[in-house]
Write a protein that binds this ligand. Structure first.
Ligand SMILES: C[S@@+](CC[C@H](N)C(=O)[O-])C[C@H]1O[C@@H](n2cnc3c(N)ncnc32)[C@H](O)[C@@H]1O
Length: 183
């Protein structure tokens, strides 16, 4: 598969999580407050798309956790017995209209094609379902395909499927933004 060979390949994330840097460990124990707020806003059956090592699992009662890094999902998993699966979020392995809420925290900037992911989110979200995502505005990290995200980019990604959305900046992390939208 083409996505498997790109800069943001699962191997890159496996290597990244394998190092288990002190800041990664801190995120596992104390996720940034805005991430917790986002997780707590979800309702019903939740998909945490690009869940990493599951630092938000304890804030989501009824969820499925998806990532393409097997190191995150196995060796470094901190989400207890929560159901999880390995998959590319750009091709969600679910039938239509399954989830009440979908969460993608700091995932969009890693994707080859965020619009494709959003189309998939729309497809697997129930009518009236809730979609929330967060990303940094500018971050040139190696694994980021999208090193700069403007308001125009957000509009371009979202508007075909979610014409209305709410936008916020976490008070404690102004270099990031959060989006809330309903199907
Ligand atoms: C910055 S981490 C965020 C993890 C978690 N959401 C959090 O906030 O702690 C980005 C995650 O997205 C995953 N990821 C990136 N591209 C992906 C893709 N196409 N399919 C599935 N997971 C992906 C990576 O493996 C990594 O775990």
């Amino acid at each position: 598969m083409s996505w498997y060979r790109t800069e943001g390949s699962p191997q890159k994330y496996d290597e990244h999580f394998d190092q288990w840097l002190p800041r990664t460990q801190r995120q596992a124990e104390h996720p940034w407050p805005y991430k917790i707020i986002m997780a707590k806003k979800t309702k019903g059956y939740v998909l945490d798309a690009g869940c990493g090592f599951g630092c938000l699992a304890r804030f989501i009662k009824n969820g499925l956790f998806l990532d393409f890094s097997s190191v995150a999902l196995k060796k470094r998993w901190v989400g207890g017995s929560r159901p999880r699966a390995r998959s590319n979020v750009e091709q969600l392995p679910f039938r239509n209209e399954v989830f009440d809420s979908i969460l993608a925290v700091e995932v969009m900037e890693h994707l080859d094609d965020p619009k494709r992911f959003i189309a998939e989110v729309y497809r697997v979200l129930k009518k009236g379902g809730f979609f929330t995502f967060a990303s940094p505005w500018n971050d040139p990290s190696e694994t980021h395909k999208w090193k700069e995200i403007s308001n125009a980019v957000i509009d371009d990604w979202l508007k075909p499927f979610f014409p209305k959305y709410t936008f916020a900046v976490p008070p404690e992390r102004k270099e990031r933004f959060m989006i809330y939208a309903y199907k």
